[in-house]
Ligand binder design. Sequence first.
Ligand code: 13P
Length: 251
Amino acid sequence: MNKSRQSLIAGNWKMNMSVAEGCALAQQIVSQAATVSCELLLCPPAPLLGFVMAETNGSEVQLGSQDCHFNDAGAHTGDTSAKLLADIGCGYVILGHSERRADHGETDQQVAAKVTAAWRNQLTAIICIGETESQRDAGKTLSVVRAQIAGSIPPGATGANTVIAYEPVWAIGSGKVPSVNDVTKIHAETRTAFAEAAGAGEAELVRILYGGSLKPENASEFLALEDVDGGLIGGASLKAQDFIGIASSCP
Ligand code: 13P
């Protein structure tokens, strides 16, 4: 088993948390970070980034955004550039989350442009892929995942500038999870597809996260798999005990 890749446990807070709640949560996570061996990443809503940064400063806990624009500056009301995210101290940005693909109609092409902006500003892009329930029922999971990798990852991907998050849309927030066999197969296929895009050497280094209803109770079986290098956590990232509980399950 190749567990030479350091596991990454990333909390996607989505559109949750007040200033007080977010700071308290970050404080609790920072205070327990030394008890786990994996890398920890918090991705709060954009207005909370500065507040959370004040709590994570000087700790090992990393900060990331949930989106960025593909330009570095300009007339883009309401958007945030990767350049500014890097400037305030973010190391990561989540891109192509299924909620953004659904709510904002983001296409693979747009996701790829945002990934390029992230790399241009030295941010690691966490690129989200995953099939809907109807695509899964139609037996199209692997072809959907392959097409998203081909379309959302521009040339120049490396194991250092990219993390892939496999998040089956039907498993997000539903309490449903895929079988361990399915995750094993899909993550292996994801690594193969990444190798075709970026080369075998980079594919050995790239971290592939699982996301979708990950909880302290079910995390161990997924995080132990050879091609699962951590998790992208939604609901369970909003409680320090659950988030650290999942992080403690990393082998
Ligand atoms: P849940 O953990 O709430 O299912 O959300 C997963 C997710 O979408 C993380 O990006």
